[in-house]
Every structure is written in structure tokens, then in C-alpha cells.
Write a protein that binds this ligand. Structure first.
Ligand code: UD1
Ligand code: MG
Length: 247
């Protein structure tokens, strides 16, 4: 059987308003003296993807400097949301690519290459059309919740600002690490609609794929310490301490 060709896409074009640092791109903040996005790209390089693409936009020069060479860049002109950011990368993904891993530049600095390999392997074996990596958090505040049906199958991901009170009680959250077959991405990414927040949410693709008859796997992360979302100065300080081994 022909070996699958896999591309990795890092989304790093957002404004990161909650960080209160208008002159510094969120993903370039340092963890133990290195820009957080540099850890992500280094891990991706060690997994040996066929293509690595970084989506840049807001303060893009800082991100380009932080990630170094050997990657391609896709340019998002306006930060219209994570769904729009990945759509921009579609134009750069080589036609020979079969599978796309997508992740965020502000929460993937602790992910190991072993976990990424394991996730890719589980996805290939499952023959699903899409997979998302999830994690259980005692305090899921601010994160996208994984909604499952009575048979434990994932139904959709709902962002906190659009979640019902019942959905807000869900503790399994979206890490933002996804795998897609190229075919599914080409079909469903352009179908994501701009929602009432004014953005295109990548998370909406789950429901679109399922409604189109596709299968979505939600794969819980085993080592929960490998995932840390950084959206605020407080979370940045905590992540920095963790990287320095101080906590
Ligand atoms: C996102 C997920 C949420 C998940 C969380 C995990 C969506 C809609 N929500 O929320 O389900 O639990 O991450 O950390 O995807 N970006 C762009 N262009 C944009 C907007 C964002 O490139 O137009 C990039 C940002 O630079 C960032 C990443 O995408 O690195 C995630 O964006 P962010 O706004 O931080 O999403 P969250 O609210 O954290
Ligand atoms: Mg974030």
C-alpha cells in the first residue's frame, strides 16, 4: 500500500486579545526562554511530516522569526477565526497530501512526538474521516466542549460562549489538535459559516462532517500534562513555570 503523505498546519495568525500584549504576537511569548510556537514546530519537525505549514497574519514577522526555516507560510489577511485560518492553508497544501494534522500555536508546546505519532496511527487504523484529540479538565472554563451522544459518539464541539448550561458542565474539552483526510477537508472546510460572533469556527466542521455521513473520532489524550492552553497572562506564567520544571 502507498504510504500516506501527511501535512501539519499550525494556526498562529490570531490577535490573542485576552493576552493584553498588543505589540507581541501571542504564540511568540517565551516559555523557559523560547517562543512557545518554536516548541510546536520543533516537535513537528521531529515527526517528519511531508509538509509543515504555519498560518501567519497578525504581527507575522515575529512568528516567522520565531519558527525559523524549513516550513512554509500561509497568510491570513484578517483574523476571521480558526476555520478561516485553516482554509487559507488549503492553498499551500501540496496536491499529493492525503492527511492533514492541524493544531494551534497557543496550546501545543507540551505535546510529544510520540503522542502525535500515536494519534496519527489510531486515525489511520480507525478509517474515520476526521479525529480530534480531547482532554478532561476539572475546570473546563473558556474551552470548547466535546458533546457526545448516548452511545458516546462525538456529535459536535461547542464553544463556551455558545454553550447551554448543561453543555458548560461537560469536562471533556477540545485540544485543537485534529486530523482530517484531505478529501473531507476540501469538501467541508469551505462550508463552515460565519457565526454570531463574527468568526468562522474550525470546531463547526465536526457537525458538518457528521451531517454529511462522515465518521469523527474523539481520541482522549493519555498524558493530560501534554496539553496546556495559553490565552491569558496568568496561563502564560503557569506554562512558563511548567516548562522550567518549577511546578
Ligand atoms: C480554540 C478552540 C477551542 C479549544 C481551544 C484550545 C475554536 C473555535 N475554538 O479556542 O474549542 O478548546 O482553542 O486551546 O477553534 N488563529 C488564527 N486565526 C484566527 C483566529 C485564531 O490563526 O483568525 C489561531 C491563533 O493564533 C491561536 C489559535 O488559532 O494560535 C487558536 O485561537 P484562539 O483564539 O486562541 O482560540 P481559543 O479561543 O483558545
Ligand atoms: Mg487559544
Amino acid at each position: 500500500m502507498k504510504k500516506e503523505r501527511i501535512a501539519a498546519v499550525v494556526l498562529a495568525a490570531g490577535k490573542g486579545k485576552r493576552m493584553n500584549s498588543p505589540d507581541k504576537q501571542k504564540v511568540t511569548h517565551d516559555l523557559a526562554g523560547r517562543p512557545m510556537v518554536a516548541y510546536t514546530v520543533e516537535t513537528l519537525k521531529s515527526v517528519r511530516f511531508d509538509q509543515i505549514i504555519v498560518v501567519v497574519g497578525h504581527l507575522k514577522e515575529q512568528v516567522i522569526k520565531a519558527v525559523g526555516g524549513d516550513v512554509l507560510f500561509a497568510h491570513q489577511d484578517e483574523p476571521l477565526g480558526t476555520g478561516d485560518a485553516l482554509r487559507v492553508a488549503l492553498f499551500v497544501i501540496d496536491p499529493s497530501i492525503d492527511v492533514v494534522l492541524s493544531l494551534y500555536g497557543d496550546d501545543s508546546a507540551f505535546l510529544s512526538k510520540e503522542t502525535l505519532r500515536f494519534f496519527i496511527d489510531a486515525f489511520s487504523k480507525s478509517r474515520a474521516d476526521m479525529a480530534c484529540l480531547t482532554v478532561v479538565r476539572d475546570d473546563p472554563t473558556g474551552l470548547g466542549r466535546i458533546v457526545r451522544d448516548s452511545r458516546e459518539h462525538v456529535v459536535r464541539i461547542v464553544e463556551e460562549k455558545l454553550a447551554s448550561d448543561e453543555e458548560k458542565r461537560i469536562k471533556e474539552v477540545n485540544t485543537g489538535v485534529y486530523l482530517f483526510t484531505r478529501g473531507m477537508l476540501d469538501v467541508y472546510l469551505p462550508k463552515i459559516q460565519r457565526n454570531e460572533t463574527g468568526e468562522y469556527f474550525l470546531t463547526d466542521i465536526v457537525e458538518l462532517v457528521i451531517n454529511g455521513g462522515g465518521a469523527v473520532l474523539a481520541h482522549p489524550l493519555e498524558n493530560t500534562e501534554e496539553w496546556f492552553g495559553v490565552n491569558s497572562p496568568e496561563q502564560l506564567r503557569e506554562a512558563d513555570a511548567l516548562k522550567r520544571g518549577l511546578s
